[in-house]
Design a binder for this molecule. Structure first.
Ligand SMILES: Nc1ncnc2c1ncn2[C@@H]1O[C@H](COP(=O)(O)OP(=O)(O)OP(=O)(O)O)[C@@H](O)[C@H]1O
Ligand SMILES: [Mg+2]
Length: 367
């Protein structure tokens, strides 16, 4: 076990247990000098490389952008949030590097990339997501999130649950990644007020509009993800006719008509339990309810997914939708061009400042 204290600008990293500190040289070697052939992805905060450590362990090396203060902040948040947390459905942080201006995180390498690149990706993927695989992914992600919300103290709100943050190992076991936006919930607080970060399309309205983060905002994002898992459709597709662009809206319309099965991924063919799939879609609608109190907690979501608890269909009302946002009430044309812009810049709201008074945890009993 190693301990370190890192100071950069005004930050001090608390002792971080179980995280190995790597030298930059070691990581350069592991990734062939961060070579293009080793690059496996690029996110809002930097690039991700595949690497092989001296002992043969295959890792994913996430190099945070050196110039951005946000990158440093994400680095610190991620370290404190996940260094001591282990769960089958959470990605494991192996180590870090904080040499000079370098901020690097080292994770277990996950062979089957992210749900965004495989299930929802436009490029060919040789993974076939049959119904059992989708059930395993939906339940696994829900268990990981229930663990963060209900089983650890203080609880962690992830804040960026989305398909690109769900990684898959060789057996398609899902692992929630990217705790960079995570917020630790102080004892007795039900929400923290923060500047809005995250990805539009998965954002709960109270979070997008008021910056109010609760476990229920993660649950909203999970609901959108669940609809994506069952339908195989990305939550926003601006190439479709206006009325079909948003998956949540489409699902709700079909639910109202009693035709929910029409949104189930056609790729599943007959390999499917239609009743279970429709049940998952209803859980997705419950998780995305406008009233936060109507959204079930993650422990109950797991119980509903596994059939231990009945889905409270009487609580399903029209979900909170992206098109309800004030700016979306504009004309159809404006609506489309705005949606287009937002879908290209998926991380449309991000924090750019270090910790500030707006991020001071607030006590509330509203949920
Ligand atoms: N541990 C890992 N194992 C395998 N691939 C990974 C791992 N971590 C990240 N990746 C790959 O790198 C890609 C980029 O990840 P990253 O978290 O930087 O960005 P993102 O999730 O796509 O976007 P955002 O910055 O909005 O979170 C992922 O989509 C995934 O394909
Ligand atoms: Mg990510």
């Amino acid at each position: 076990m190693r301990f370190f204290i890192l100071t950069c600008a005004c930050f001090i990293v608390p002792d971080v247990h179980s995280v190995k500190v790597f030298s930059y040289k070691e990581l350069r070697k592991a990734t062939h000098d961060f070579g293009g052939a080793n690059k496996i992805g690029e996110g809002g905060f930097g690039s991700v490389f595949r690497g092989v450590l001296k002992d043969g362990t295959v890792v994913a090396v996430k190099v945070l952008s050196a110039t951005s203060r946000q990158g440093i902040r994400e680095f610190l948040t991620e370290l404190t949030a996940i260094s001591d947390i282990k769960h089958e459905n959470l990605v494991t942080l192996i180590g870090c590097c904080a040499e000079g201006s370098h901020r690097i995180l080292i994770y277990n390498y996950l062979e089957n990339s992210s749900l965004a690149q495989t299930l929802l990706g436009t490029r060919y993927s040789n993974i076939r997501f049959n119904w059992r695989a989708r059930v395993k992914i939906a339940v696994g992600v829900a268990r990981g999130l229930a663990f963060l919300h209900e089983e650890i103290r203080p609880p962690i709100i992830h804040r960026d649950i989305k398909a690109s943050n769900i990684l898959l190992d060789k057996d398609l076991t899902p692992k929630i990644s990217d705790f960079g936006f995570a917020r630790l919930l102080p004892p007795n607080a039900t929400h923290v007020s923060v500047r809005v970060a995250g990805t539009l399309g998965y954002l709960a309205p109270e979070y997008a509009i008021r910056g109010q983060v609760t476990k229920k905002s993660d649950i909203y994002s999970y609901g959108v993800l669940l609809l994506e898992i069952v339908s195989g459709i990305h939550n926003t597709n601006t190439r479709l006719p206006a009325e079909d662009q948003f998956l949540l809206e489409r699902t709700w319309r079909l639910y109202e008509k009693g035709n929910l099965n029409e949104i189930i991924d056609v790729d599943l063919g007959d390999d499917l339990d239609v009743e279970e799939a429709c049940c998952f879609l209803k859980i997705g609608l419950l998780c995305t309810q406008d009233g936060m109190a109507r959204r079930p907690n993650m422990t109950n979501v797991v119980r509903m997914l596994t059939g231990e608890k009945i889905v409270a269909v009487d609580k399903i009302a029209r979900p909170a939708m992206i098109t309800d946002f004030a700016e979306f009430k504009a004309s159809n044309k404006e609506q489309r061009s705005r949606a287009e812009t937002l879908s290209h810049t998926t991380k449309s709201f991000t924090t750019t400042e270090p910790f500030s008074s707006s991020e001071t945890p607030t006590q509330s009993s509203s949920v």
